[in-house]
Design a protein around this ligand. Structure first.
Ligand SMILES: Nc1ncnc2c1ncn2[C@@H]1O[C@H](COP(=O)(O)OP(=O)(O)OP(=O)(O)O)[C@@H](O)[C@H]1O
Ligand SMILES: O=P(O)(O)OC[C@H]1O[C@H](OP(=O)(O)OP(=O)(O)O)[C@H](O)[C@@H]1O
Ligand SMILES: [Mg+2]
Length: 294
């Protein structure tokens, strides 16, 4: 337990200060109802709308160590960053966003076709920790050239025979005339916790995770409301996909009318509205859902 953890009962959450996963994480936190004060002014530690939670902005790659050693109690970063640092933290939730695959790639015109061909070769990477463990496991002896970015250039600079780098759209690999020969891991953004903090702040952490989960669950969902004549209710029920409900309520003013409410996936919406209308529904409203709590 750190002295900060024993002194002050303010939970510290570390999140990325830059990079492509930074903004989506801030949006998710704010959508969950936790508002960051002055997040724009580059202050490294920021208060939030909950006096019991503060936010530390840090490099994604540094967040796992901050959480492991108690400088922060919770962290949100890529799973690749946690694996690279090889620290002991607890993974609480997979946010299933910020997806990227760590791949092994070689120049298009290279004779290398499989990982066995890499024995004795040079590999450039921003992930020396993961690489070393991976090739040791595969019983291949490689020399690792650690770079801080723009890894794809290494084969052309003559400093490596292959690279281990992240790929998502695949554009960078293609543009640089590289060919993927193997995948090492798929990374997404995750929430991690310090093991002591899990005990000290268990209620706060559960509250935070519930709020985040409710936003994730609501993603891609819409709330449908409509009026239906009782005789058409069966037909309308048959059209509605069975995600949740529907909830059926009497409409006070008209005896024969019921209000039907249901949660549906956005992908079903197109087509569903006209099917509902054909089945006898009217006054159909499609409403956004901010959070869903089970
Ligand atoms: N296409 C991608 N390329 C690199 N990282 C990605 C990609 N998609 C998601 N990520 C994730 O983003 C995090 C990268 O953080 P990083 O600090 O490197 O930011 P960045 O977006 O690469 O910006 P920069 O390299 O300019 O600092 C990792 O956890 C990584 O898995
Ligand atoms: O498959 P793609 O969609 O093309 O994305 C992959 C590229 O994005 C990342 O680079 P980044 O922009 O982080 O620059 P960096 O190499 O300096 O880290 C990663 O290192 C790849 O180069
Ligand atoms: Mg990067």
């Amino acid at each position: 337990m750190t002295s900060r953890q024993t002194e002050k009962r303010i939970l510290r959450l570390a999140i990325p200060n830059k990079g492509r996963i930074a903004n989506p994480i801030i949006e998710l936190i704010e959508d969950s109802g936790l508002i960051l004060q002055n997040s724009a002014n580059r202050k490294l530690i920021t208060q939030t709308s909950d006096p019991a939670i503060e936010v530390l902005f840090a490099r994604p790659v540094d967040i796992p160590a901050y959480v492991a050693n108690g400088a922060a109690d919770l962290g949100i970063t890529g799973r690749d960053m946690v694996m690279e640092r090889g620290v002991d933290v607890e993974e609480l939730m997979d946010l299933k966003s910020g997806k990227a695959t760590l791949v092994i790639a070689v120049p298009d015109d290279s004779g290398i076709t499989e990982i066995r061909d890499l024995d004795g070769k040079k590999i450039a990477t921003e992930f020396p920790g993961i690489c070393e463990r991976y090739f040791r496991n595969e019983k291949l002896s490689v020399s690792i050239v650690s770079v801080g970015g723009a890894c794809e250039a290494a084969p052309y600079l003559g400093i490596a025979d292959a690279i281990v780098d992240l790929s998502s759209s695949g554009d960078t690999i293609r543009t640089n005339n590289l060919r993927v020969i193997s995948e090492i891991l798929v990374s997404t953004t995750i929430i991690i916790a310090n093991r002591d903090a899990q005990k000290i702040y268990s209620d706060k952490i559960a509250e935070f995770c519930l709020a985040i989960e409710s936003v994730l669950r609501a993603k891609g969902k819409k709330y449908l409301m409509m009026n239906v004549h009782r005789e058409a209710l069966e037909a309308v029920r048959n059209v509605l996909p069975g995600l949740s409900g529907p909830t059926v309520m009497d409409v006070a003013s008209e005896e024969n009318l019921v209000a039907v409410h249901a949660v549906v996936s956005e992908e079903h919406l197109y087509g569903l509205v006209s099917s509902l209308k054909n089945a006898g529904a009217r006054d159909i409203l499609v409403v956004p859902i901010e959070r869903m709590i089970r």
